[in-house]
Design a protein around this ligand. Structure first.
Ligand SMILES: [Zn+2]
Length: 238
Protein backbone atom coordinates (compact mmCIF):
# COMPACT_ATOMS: atom_id res chain seq x y z
CA UNK A 1 0.00 0.00 0.00
CA UNK A 2 1.44 3.37 -0.97
CA UNK A 3 0.82 6.57 0.91
CA UNK A 4 0.85 10.11 -0.37
CA UNK A 5 4.20 11.51 0.74
CA UNK A 6 4.64 15.09 1.80
CA UNK A 7 6.94 15.69 -1.20
CA UNK A 8 4.11 14.68 -3.55
CA UNK A 9 2.50 18.00 -2.69
CA UNK A 10 3.27 21.14 -4.59
CA UNK A 11 3.97 24.53 -3.00
CA UNK A 12 0.21 25.09 -2.50
CA UNK A 13 -0.13 21.81 -0.65
CA UNK A 14 -2.02 20.26 -3.57
CA UNK A 15 -1.46 16.69 -4.65
CA UNK A 16 -1.42 15.64 -8.29
CA UNK A 17 -3.40 12.42 -8.36
CA UNK A 18 -1.87 11.65 -11.75
CA UNK A 19 1.62 11.83 -10.23
CA UNK A 20 0.60 9.58 -7.33
CA UNK A 21 -0.95 7.04 -9.72
CA UNK A 22 2.15 7.19 -11.86
CA UNK A 23 4.30 6.40 -8.84
CA UNK A 24 2.18 3.41 -7.90
CA UNK A 25 2.01 2.05 -11.43
CA UNK A 26 5.74 2.49 -11.95
CA UNK A 27 6.53 0.12 -9.09
CA UNK A 28 8.94 -2.50 -10.56
CA UNK A 29 6.61 -5.32 -9.42
CA UNK A 30 3.83 -3.93 -11.58
CA UNK A 31 6.02 -3.08 -14.52
CA UNK A 32 7.48 -6.52 -14.96
CA UNK A 33 5.08 -8.80 -13.15
CA UNK A 34 5.80 -10.86 -10.06
CA UNK A 35 9.26 -12.45 -9.80
CA UNK A 36 7.78 -15.95 -9.93
CA UNK A 37 6.78 -15.25 -13.53
CA UNK A 38 10.33 -14.33 -14.58
CA UNK A 39 10.67 -17.48 -16.71
CA UNK A 40 7.42 -16.86 -18.50
CA UNK A 41 8.33 -13.27 -19.12
CA UNK A 42 11.34 -14.32 -21.18
CA UNK A 43 9.00 -15.55 -23.91
CA UNK A 44 7.52 -12.13 -24.35
CA UNK A 45 8.83 -9.71 -26.93
CA UNK A 46 7.41 -6.82 -24.91
CA UNK A 47 7.89 -7.49 -21.22
CA UNK A 48 7.65 -4.13 -19.55
CA UNK A 49 4.89 -1.62 -19.10
CA UNK A 50 5.90 1.99 -18.85
CA UNK A 51 3.43 4.48 -17.42
CA UNK A 52 3.62 8.14 -18.34
CA UNK A 53 2.12 11.28 -16.87
CA UNK A 54 0.76 13.81 -19.32
CA UNK A 55 0.39 17.21 -17.62
CA UNK A 56 -2.64 19.37 -18.39
CA UNK A 57 -2.15 21.35 -21.60
CA UNK A 58 0.52 19.06 -23.06
CA UNK A 59 -0.64 16.98 -25.99
CA UNK A 60 0.72 13.63 -27.02
CA UNK A 61 3.37 13.78 -29.70
CA UNK A 62 4.79 17.18 -28.86
CA UNK A 63 8.15 15.59 -28.20
CA UNK A 64 8.20 13.62 -31.46
CA UNK A 65 10.91 15.75 -32.98
CA UNK A 66 13.42 14.33 -35.39
CA UNK A 67 15.97 15.75 -37.75
CA UNK A 68 16.61 14.30 -41.18
CA UNK A 69 20.11 13.95 -42.54
CA UNK A 70 21.05 13.16 -46.12
CA UNK A 71 19.37 15.95 -48.09
CA UNK A 72 21.35 18.29 -50.28
CA UNK A 73 20.85 22.03 -50.14
CA UNK A 74 17.42 23.19 -51.43
CA UNK A 75 15.99 19.72 -51.03
CA UNK A 76 14.05 18.37 -48.08
CA UNK A 77 11.20 16.36 -46.67
CA UNK A 78 8.47 18.44 -48.26
CA UNK A 79 9.66 17.98 -51.81
CA UNK A 80 9.99 14.21 -51.67
CA UNK A 81 6.83 12.21 -52.18
CA UNK A 82 8.14 8.69 -52.42
CA UNK A 83 9.26 7.26 -49.11
CA UNK A 84 10.45 3.68 -48.68
CA UNK A 85 11.01 2.11 -45.29
CA UNK A 86 13.03 -0.81 -46.59
CA UNK A 87 13.54 -3.57 -44.00
CA UNK A 88 16.97 -4.29 -45.47
CA UNK A 89 18.16 -0.79 -44.65
CA UNK A 90 18.59 -1.59 -41.00
CA UNK A 91 20.14 -4.31 -38.93
CA UNK A 92 17.98 -7.07 -37.56
CA UNK A 93 16.41 -6.16 -34.21
CA UNK A 94 17.28 -2.48 -34.42
CA UNK A 95 14.81 0.31 -34.72
CA UNK A 96 14.50 1.53 -38.32
CA UNK A 97 16.11 4.94 -38.57
CA UNK A 98 17.03 4.98 -42.26
CA UNK A 99 14.61 5.52 -45.09
CA UNK A 100 14.99 5.90 -48.83
CA UNK A 101 13.36 8.90 -50.49
CA UNK A 102 12.95 10.33 -53.96
CA UNK A 103 10.85 13.13 -55.36
CA UNK A 104 8.22 11.17 -57.27
CA UNK A 105 7.10 7.56 -57.23
CA UNK A 106 7.93 5.96 -60.56
CA UNK A 107 7.03 2.39 -61.43
CA UNK A 108 8.36 2.21 -64.95
CA UNK A 109 10.02 -1.17 -65.56
CA UNK A 110 13.66 0.02 -65.06
CA UNK A 111 12.67 1.71 -61.76
CA UNK A 112 10.92 -1.48 -60.62
CA UNK A 113 13.98 -3.53 -61.66
CA UNK A 114 16.17 -1.23 -59.58
CA UNK A 115 14.15 -2.22 -56.52
CA UNK A 116 15.14 -5.84 -57.13
CA UNK A 117 18.86 -5.09 -56.94
CA UNK A 118 20.89 -6.04 -53.85
CA UNK A 119 20.57 -3.51 -51.06
CA UNK A 120 24.14 -2.25 -51.72
CA UNK A 121 23.11 -0.71 -55.06
CA UNK A 122 19.31 -0.48 -54.72
CA UNK A 123 19.31 3.20 -53.82
CA UNK A 124 22.67 4.34 -55.17
CA UNK A 125 23.66 6.10 -58.38
CA UNK A 126 21.57 8.16 -60.79
CA UNK A 127 18.15 6.93 -61.93
CA UNK A 128 19.37 7.16 -65.51
CA UNK A 129 17.60 3.97 -66.61
CA UNK A 130 14.21 5.50 -65.77
CA UNK A 131 12.10 6.23 -68.86
CA UNK A 132 11.71 9.81 -67.57
CA UNK A 133 15.45 10.41 -67.21
CA UNK A 134 15.26 13.05 -69.91
CA UNK A 135 12.99 15.13 -67.68
CA UNK A 136 14.80 14.55 -64.40
CA UNK A 137 18.39 14.81 -65.65
CA UNK A 138 20.23 17.71 -64.04
CA UNK A 139 22.48 20.15 -65.86
CA UNK A 140 25.59 18.13 -65.01
CA UNK A 141 24.15 15.21 -67.00
CA UNK A 142 25.29 12.75 -64.31
CA UNK A 143 22.72 13.14 -61.56
CA UNK A 144 18.95 13.55 -61.64
CA UNK A 145 16.19 15.22 -59.64
CA UNK A 146 14.53 11.87 -59.02
CA UNK A 147 17.55 9.92 -57.75
CA UNK A 148 17.13 7.95 -54.56
CA UNK A 149 18.56 9.39 -51.34
CA UNK A 150 19.22 7.60 -48.08
CA UNK A 151 17.94 9.67 -45.19
CA UNK A 152 18.75 9.15 -41.51
CA UNK A 153 16.26 10.07 -38.82
CA UNK A 154 17.85 11.27 -35.61
CA UNK A 155 16.27 12.53 -32.39
CA UNK A 156 16.29 16.34 -32.35
CA UNK A 157 18.54 17.51 -29.52
CA UNK A 158 16.64 18.98 -26.53
CA UNK A 159 13.19 18.72 -28.17
CA UNK A 160 12.91 14.95 -28.61
CA UNK A 161 11.07 13.22 -25.75
CA UNK A 162 11.41 9.48 -25.52
CA UNK A 163 8.11 9.08 -23.65
CA UNK A 164 6.19 10.64 -26.53
CA UNK A 165 8.04 8.39 -28.94
CA UNK A 166 7.14 5.30 -26.90
CA UNK A 167 3.52 6.41 -26.76
CA UNK A 168 3.40 6.84 -30.53
CA UNK A 169 4.86 3.35 -30.94
CA UNK A 170 2.24 1.97 -28.56
CA UNK A 171 -0.55 3.60 -30.55
CA UNK A 172 0.91 2.16 -33.76
CA UNK A 173 1.18 -1.35 -32.27
CA UNK A 174 -2.40 -1.17 -30.98
CA UNK A 175 -3.56 0.00 -34.40
CA UNK A 176 -1.82 -2.93 -36.07
CA UNK A 177 -3.43 -5.28 -33.52
CA UNK A 178 -6.89 -3.87 -34.21
CA UNK A 179 -6.46 -4.20 -37.96
CA UNK A 180 -5.34 -7.80 -37.53
CA UNK A 181 -8.35 -8.43 -35.31
CA UNK A 182 -10.67 -7.13 -38.04
CA UNK A 183 -9.13 -9.40 -40.63
CA UNK A 184 -8.74 -12.55 -38.58
CA UNK A 185 -11.71 -14.91 -38.67
CA UNK A 186 -12.00 -18.62 -38.00
CA UNK A 187 -10.48 -20.64 -40.88
CA UNK A 188 -8.36 -17.75 -42.11
CA UNK A 189 -4.58 -18.04 -42.17
CA UNK A 190 -2.12 -15.89 -40.30
CA UNK A 191 1.63 -15.67 -39.69
CA UNK A 192 3.66 -14.91 -36.62
CA UNK A 193 7.36 -14.38 -35.99
CA UNK A 194 9.10 -17.53 -34.81
CA UNK A 195 12.15 -17.92 -32.61
CA UNK A 196 13.50 -20.63 -34.90
CA UNK A 197 16.82 -20.81 -36.77
CA UNK A 198 15.23 -22.35 -39.85
CA UNK A 199 12.14 -20.22 -40.21
CA UNK A 200 11.48 -16.52 -39.73
CA UNK A 201 7.77 -17.08 -39.24
CA UNK A 202 5.15 -19.80 -38.81
CA UNK A 203 1.80 -19.98 -40.54
CA UNK A 204 -1.36 -20.99 -38.72
CA UNK A 205 -5.05 -21.46 -39.37
CA UNK A 206 -7.27 -19.54 -37.00
CA UNK A 207 -9.55 -21.78 -34.88
CA UNK A 208 -10.71 -19.27 -32.28
CA UNK A 209 -11.55 -15.69 -33.29
CA UNK A 210 -9.62 -12.84 -31.60
CA UNK A 211 -10.48 -12.09 -28.00
CA UNK A 212 -9.31 -9.54 -25.50
CA UNK A 213 -8.00 -10.77 -22.15
CA UNK A 214 -9.54 -9.12 -19.10
CA UNK A 215 -6.73 -10.09 -16.73
CA UNK A 216 -3.06 -11.12 -16.93
CA UNK A 217 -2.76 -14.82 -17.59
CA UNK A 218 -0.59 -17.50 -19.15
CA UNK A 219 -1.78 -19.88 -21.87
CA UNK A 220 -0.06 -23.21 -22.35
CA UNK A 221 0.22 -24.96 -25.69
CA UNK A 222 2.51 -27.89 -26.49
CA UNK A 223 4.61 -27.24 -23.40
CA UNK A 224 5.16 -23.57 -24.27
CA UNK A 225 3.86 -20.75 -22.15
CA UNK A 226 2.37 -17.64 -23.72
CA UNK A 227 1.90 -14.85 -21.20
CA UNK A 228 -0.67 -12.20 -22.09
CA UNK A 229 -1.52 -9.05 -20.21
CA UNK A 230 -4.83 -7.39 -19.50
CA UNK A 231 -6.24 -5.63 -22.53
CA UNK A 232 -4.13 -7.52 -25.07
CA UNK A 233 -5.63 -9.40 -27.99
CA UNK A 234 -5.04 -13.07 -28.66
CA UNK A 235 -6.35 -15.73 -30.96
CA UNK A 236 -5.80 -19.42 -31.34
CA UNK A 237 -4.91 -21.51 -34.32
CA UNK A 238 -3.33 -24.69 -35.61
ZN1 LIG B 1 11.09 5.38 -63.73
Amino acid sequence: MKRVESHDRDENGLVSLAEVCHKILSDPERRQGAKSHAKRAKNRKIDERIYLVRPVGISSGEGLKFIYKGFEKDDGLRSNYHIRADPELFEKNTRPNNIAMRRFPCFCQPCVDKMMEPIATRYTGPSNMCIYWGIFKKGDGKTGYNDWKLISLLPKPKLYKEEDDLEALEVAVHGIGRRMEDQMHVDRFGAYIADDEQYDYYLFKCTVAPKQVDKDEVFEFDGNEFPVKEGELYWEGL
